[in-house]
Design a protein around this ligand. Sequence first.
Ligand code: NAX
Ligand code: ADP
Ligand code: K
Length: 506
Amino acid sequence: MKLFTTKQIAGIDKFTIENEPISDIDLMERAALQITHWLVKRFSTEQKMVFFAGPGNNGGDALAIACQLANLDFVCEVFLLDFGKELKGSPAVNWKRLEEQNKVKLVKFKDESGFPELGLTDVILDGMFGSGLSRPLEGFPAAIVEEINQLENTKVAIDIPSGLMGEDNSLNIPGNIIKADFTLTFQFPKISFLFPENETYTGKWEVLPIGLHPGGIEQTPSNTFFIEEEDVKKTIASRSKFAHKGNFGHALLIAGSFGKMGAAVLASRSCLRAGVGLLTTHIPRLGYSIIQTAVPEAMTSIDQHDAIFTEFPDLSAFSAIGVGPGIDKKRNSQKALCELLEKAKVPLVIDADGLNILSENSEWLQKLPGKSILTPHPGEFKRLVGNSSNSYERIQQQKEFAQKYHTIVILKGAYTVIATPNGQLFFNSTGNPGMATAGSGDTLTGILLGLLAQGISSEAAAIAGVYLHGLAGDLAAREKSEPALIAGDITDYLGKAFIELNKETN
Ligand SMILES: NC(=O)C1=CN([C@@H]2O[C@H](COP(=O)(O)OP(=O)(O)OC[C@H]3O[C@@H](n4cnc5c(N)ncnc54)[C@H](O)[C@@H]3O)[C@@H](O)[C@H]2O)[C@@H](O)CC1
Ligand SMILES: Nc1ncnc2c1ncn2[C@@H]1O[C@H](COP(=O)(O)OP(=O)(O)O)[C@@H](O)[C@H]1O
Ligand SMILES: [K+]
């Protein structure tokens, strides 16, 4: 799914109005109805619905929802922020409809002194500002936001919490943004919802489709995407009846050191489960019996060193190479990594200590084989790329880095972001907080390596790998719970993730 800026979404709204065609007021009614349905399912008519409406279409939505709910026997009150200007267009039509309906208490107020007393169970609907917000809130509307944020009542934001920008909030004033429990957003997730620091404003968010015109969506260019099932299905081909293991690549994984052999085991297992034909795991001498026992399907390549990575086998047999999980950063390992970068002719997946070594030797980044994949978590990213003051800035840095070094950067998190060398960004839609557990990054490295080794392009392997990793985590969490989920479960559920992906195709 393409993701758009709020400005682009306004353009798609306009396109829909002109080309469906549908009147502005009917589109607003359709959007409002989606929210009304959601509210009716969640709340009872015993709870009063208190709306705060602004001067634009977001306010217009609030008025339309109030009208619809009142017709369904909900007690509603509307408080309209009065900026001294008459309402125009659809918001004005909806205000008139409410006056004529005569079921909803309507109040206009100009300053904080007009702020109402609320009952404990009243639900607050925030329809003050939506995607038309042009600058951070200040003065009267900011004071109302502050009052609302102090209340314990359940708060539902219409389209976007008032005060929050759809993309860049670096210059915003944190106290002047509504902190909602739920945000019901129209048609597309707003990009700012995907950043961890904005969870406090959006609460749980849901996308409600409002039937925007497919032609408008198609013709609006975007280089930012939300990864969904259909983006991944096309990457995972079904196997020929006559397939043999030689058809699915030979991966080399360099992982583990004394005390960290688990990383090599986790990554090896998930590489195999991702469907690779052959896997050779290169490990220090003392890890030999561990890997042979824990992962009998893998062949081994044994380092001359007992405890760390200092050399690698002849590379000619391998279709992709993974390096980093648990390798430590000793001087000889650094040297070996540098040599690997110089000799490798196939894409690498570099994770964990592999990335930390690169951070300490940034001039080696020039040596990366084209279309290699780097998988930093935010701490590794900071060491590799530098500081950033917020997530929006960080993904700009990520984009530049991927372009500069012609590499794919996977910044791991709740909404993992993939940056490609051609300037595109892909946000992942799967995964859960149960995956915040030791070793779950190692399993991702294994999956990426397994896909890459099968000849899947680096971009497609990154997108599919991240999605499948999250999906396996989601399926595992369903049965194991989030707290009890451990990294190995992700690997164990990878099979179910492939089946789930296939299910829809048939
Ligand atoms: N036909 C459409 O375009 C649709 C729009 N929809 C709704 O319309 C919203 C966007 O509506 P609008 O473009 O009217 O914008 P908003 O309703 O978000 O706000 C625009 C108004 O707020 C004022 N404003 C902006 N920033 C301000 C600030 N910092 N302080 C004080 N005033 C400020 C503007 O001057 C303008 O009067 C969406 O979020 C969504 O809720 C939905 O009804 C779906 C259809
Ligand atoms: N809250 C979360 N929601 C979804 N996925 C998560 C969450 N927390 C962590 N993950 C995923 O788990 C993995 C953690 O990787 P990493 O931090 O490298 O762990 P480790 O170093 O222990 O292997 C990443 O793929 C990340 O996207
Ligand atoms: K809002």
